[in-house]
Design a protein around this ligand. Sequence first.
Ligand SMILES: [Zn+2]
Length: 166
Amino acid sequence: MTTRRVRKKCQALVSTLALPRPFSVESLIHDLSLQRGRAIRLRSLPTGFGAHACGLVISTDTADEIYVEEKTTRFHRDHIALHEIGHILMHHDNGGREDPGALSALLPNLSPEAISRILARTSYTTEQEQEAELVASLIRAKAGTLAPLPSTGVRGKLEVSLGIRE
Ligand SMILES: [Zn+2]
């Protein structure tokens, strides 16, 4: 159940975002990197690691690296990337106890074992996951890139209550 407080917080955040036109996740990432003075990079996660995670953000001293499973649809990739951007913009602490130095050493050549270890340590709260998901949906709605067919079920109801859909 998404609370009114969570919705307000996410709507406030997305309302401050100037989205690129035409919209693409890549250009949004480019713009956000410039605005924040801190790079966001989109990277591919080898197949098979996305099953139990929404994606992955690894923050180093200089950049936020978003890892998205490579073998999925463009739509799904974009959505995962936006979800992870949601985590970044909401300043979610994933409880990561990683040593940033050790992680950046791993970055050029992430092994499956290393990725599994990192994923196992990534734990957002349910509310943080709702916020990230809501931010992703709100960015899509604002950019006008929502799927043309009305959403059904929980997401459809959520969009109605948010005023995204009638
Ligand atoms: Zn998440």
